[in-house]
Design a protein. Structure first.
Length: 344
């Protein structure tokens, strides 16, 4: 099994100094490299302090200069906010500066709030159409001169400058629906999925969709299939309680964004009070502890072996959940020392 780290520069409120956030984030990336992680992923989000990532390629360039071998991926670049020539060039520059370590991940985008600002008039539910037009254009620009006359972008003959160092850059698609799995398999892409806080059965649904898409494409392509969960490893009750409190607070802010309530001040989404979330399955502490990568090292090993048996043989450890920096580092250290060796 291979392990990936997904991490954001994050502030849940303005009590955290950005310099401390920067130091913590690069420390986590370096710990992941030293601990045997294969890939570290950066996101793209706009005007939100909980995910500070206006340009994922800028983050990857920073991380490249502070690491030696861990691969560097976008999870994901939100394609509707980009022009193909711009996206191709930015991605290729990371591949060049990192010594051919780029993993190119693209997706539709997460929140309607961001679309309302970055691509006014576009519904989040329609953004997959941009992704399906973007990928072939980027691949052609990486090869050389190419002109494009599509539905969403048109440009005369141009090329990506620079070109990627890798002869073939690995491409990842963030997928949750059959139409996206089908597209990923037709275009020979790898897949990352995120069951959010839902039970193991949600992962089974994604694997079934993947298998059906592989059979439908019938082109010999067998992708890498990575599954992401928020992770918190602990060996005492106090750390367990802190982890559950942090993830529930984070989910209260996510609920605000998913509902697009507009209740965001200076980049901080107002948390929907936990009292209003009581009784809702996706916020129940016992359910969260069961479904997420929460627990002792032994519990996490057992959960990972279940994913491995399903066919998700790459796991994305999602570190950002509002937990304090010391606790995040303690959790990742335990994962590296006590969990990863069970899969080597």
């Amino acid at each position: 099994m291979k392990f990936h780290l997904a991490i954001n520069l994050e502030r849940m409120d303005d009590s955290l100094d950005m310099n401390d956030v920067v130091r913590h984030t690069i420390k986590m990336v370096q710990m992941a490299e030293e601990g045997g992680f294969d890939i570290v992923w950066s996101a793209e989000h706009h005007a939100l302090e909980m995910t500070i990532a206006p340009n994922p390629f800028q983050l990857l360039t920073w991380w490249a200069g502070e690491t030696d071998k861990i691969r560097l991926g976008t999870a994901v670049a939100s394609v509707a906010y980009w022009h193909p020539i711009n996206l191709a060039g930015e991605a290729a520059m990371v591949d060049l500066l990192s010594g051919a370590r780029l993993e190119f991940g693209i997706g539709s985008g997460a929140y309607q709030r961001e679309f309302d600002r970055m691509k006014p008039g576009l519904k989040q539910s329609d953004a997959w159409r941009y992704m399906q037009e973007m990928l072939p254009a980027v691949r052609e620009l990486w090869k050389g001169d190419y002109a494009h006359d599509g539905e969403y972008w048109q440009f005369p003959t141009s090329t990506s400058v620079p070109k990627p160092v890798q002869p073939e850059v690995p491409v990842w698609i963030a997928a949750r629906s059959p139409i996206t799995y089908d597209y990923a398999m037709r275009n020979r892409c790898h897949v990352n999925c995120w069951p959010l806080t839902r039970p193991f059965a949600e992962a089974e649904i994604y694997k079934k969709q993947l298998d059906e898409a592989i059979a439908k494409a019938d082109n010999g392509w067998i992708p890498r299939f990575a599954l992401m969960r928020h992770a918190c490893v602990y060996d005492n009750a106090a750390d367990r309680d802190a982890g559950l409190k942090a993830i529930r607070t984070l989910l209260g802010q996510f609920e605000n964004l998913f509902c697009n309530t507009g209740d965001v001040v200076n980049g901080f989404p107002k948390q929907i009070p936990l009292s209003e979330l009581e009784g809702r399955e996706q916020y129940d502490p016992a359910m969260l502890e069961e479904n997420l990568m929460f627990g002792s090292p032994e519990t996490c090993i057992a959960k990972l072996k279940r994913y491995e048996a399903l066919g998700a043989n790459e796991f994305i450890y999602y570190a950002s959940m509002g937990l304090d920096h010391e606790a995040q580092q303690r959790s990742l250290r335990m994962f590296c020392q006590d969990v990863i060796p069970a899969f080597q």
